[in-house]
Design a protein around this ligand. Structure first.
Ligand SMILES: *Cc1c(COP(=O)(O)O)cnc(C)c1O
Length: 409
């Protein structure tokens, strides 16, 4: 089965009971069993079944299976948001006294999370750049996970996933990859050797900006060494499902970060058109990057698809000749950046990415408002930078909108 067909037919046959082609919304807190003994068996784990939506739910389960299939993983756990997915993916294996190694260009929310984890004696070391050598320098005996984004948001740096997987496996630690910006349409990090993939499904997976959600997909291949991961040992009896079994029995259930069945319904509709949307968004983003580069109106354009971009080669190789739909431009000053945003007509000044609409934002004064100057510098968030998430409008309308906005500043 090829990718576009997988979106429609992969792990999502029509509802067995009713024949409904869209998985029905089981908007129910709890599920009745006929016998007390059945409930006991489900709680014990000796019998499959649904009991309570915080633990599992038929609507959510279909979505999890579809995402695991699209990523080439063994199992997936849906979460209430992308941040819940990032938090739980890490906290399932990292505890007090441990260290995380992280890419320096990661999403602001992830930065903030890792800063807050310092309160639990979990330390994060940031690689100085996206090279494999820079990550290698940060590894210590206490490292329990290496976390990267496929394309850093908004730095747009691109680490070499296969090389990082090789590095982390040599050190006995798993590689966790946030593939929100690339989606399974551009890359399957698990196939490049990564161990766990997370997505904010609020972005391209949903595609219309109508539901917050997240997902963790496990490749099921990591070898959880007893000395480094003692807490995982009791789950090794589940074989390739050890990581997901621990997550479901542990923090996912206890923190209660389940996704709502209604959000899953909307997100599943979006998922069907992922390929069409990504194809179009990536193409328009590429054309827009060329437009900005040729305009003479911006101080710098950053897009991995530009031939002179330092990540062009690795991105082309890793993402099958596509480069995502996020680009940044520098306009010379914060005032000019604000003026450009205020002058735009179709392009909306919003904090998300991956919407059907084209969005732009000034990250330094919004998503990174609580970051120090040094953190902003490290994350590539400059005072004059705006981030653009390209949507589905006509390219001509977008260039006219940007040209008019830039002419006025
Ligand atoms: C948006 C985003 C997140 C967080 O997702 P939410 O659904 O907003 O919680 C995590 N990682 C990346 C790369 C993102 O763009």
């Amino acid at each position: 089965m090829r990718f576009d067909t997988k979106l429609l037919h992969g792990e999502c046959a029509p509802d067995e009971r009713t024949g409904a082609t869209n998985t029905p919304i089981y908007q129910s807190v709890a599920f009745r069993r006929q016998k007390a003994e059945e409930l006991e068996q489900i709680f014990k784990g000796s019998r499959p079944g649904f009991v309570y939506t915080r633990l599992n739910n038929p609507t959510i389960e279909v979505f999890e299976r579809r995402m695991a299939f699209l990523e080439g993983g063994v199992a997936a756990v849906a979460c209430s948001s992308g941040m819940a997915a990032v938090s739980l993916a890490v906290l399932n294996i990292v505890g007090s006294g441990d260290e995380i190694v992280c890419g320096s260009g990661v999403f602001g929310g992830t930065y903030s999370l890792f800063r807050n984890l310092e309160n639990f004696a979990i330390t994060t070391r940031y690689a100085r750049d996206a090279s494999t050598a820079a990550f290698a320098e940060c590894l210590t005996d206490r490292t329990k996970a290496l976390f990267v984004e496929t394309i850093g948001n908004p730095k747009l740096d691109v680490p070499d996933i296969a090389a990082l997987a090789e590095l982390t496996h040599r050190h006995g630690i798993p590689l966790i990859v946030d593939s929100t910006i690339t989606t399974p349409y551009l890359v399957n990090p698990l196939k490049l050797g990564a161990d766990i993939v997370v997505h904010s499904t609020s972005k391209y997976i949903n595609g219309s900006g109508n539901s917050i959600g997240g997902i963790i997909v496990d490749g099921g291949r990591f070898n959880w060494d007893a000395a480094r991961f003692p807490k995982l040992q009791e789950y090794l009896k589940f074989g390739p499902f050890a990581y997901v079994a621990k997550l479901r029995a542990g923090l996912h259930k206890d923190i209660g970060a389940c996704l709502s069945p209604f959000n899953v319904f909307l997100t599943s509709i979006g998922l069907e058109t992922l390929a069409l949307r990504m194809e179009r968004c990536c193409e328009t983003a590429s054309r827009l990057a060329d437009f900005f580069a040729a305009s003479g109106k911006v101080a710098a354009v950053n897009y991995p698809g530009l031939a002179n971009n330092p990540y062009n080669d690795i991105a082309a190789r890793q993402f099958g000749g596509k480069f995502g739909a996020v680009l940044t431009v520098r306009l010379g000053s914060k005032e000019r950046a604000f003026a450009a945003l205020d002058n735009l007509m179709y392009v909306l000044d919003l904090a998300n990415i991956g919407d059907a609409r084209t969005l732009a934002i000034h990250p330094a004064s919004t998503i990174y408002i609580h970051s120090s100057e040094a953190e902003k510098e490290q994350a590539g968030v400059y005072a004059d930078l705006i981030r653009i998430s390209v949507g589905l409008e006509d390219y001509e309308d977008l260039t006219e909108d940007f040209a008019a906005a830039l002419a006025l500043i």
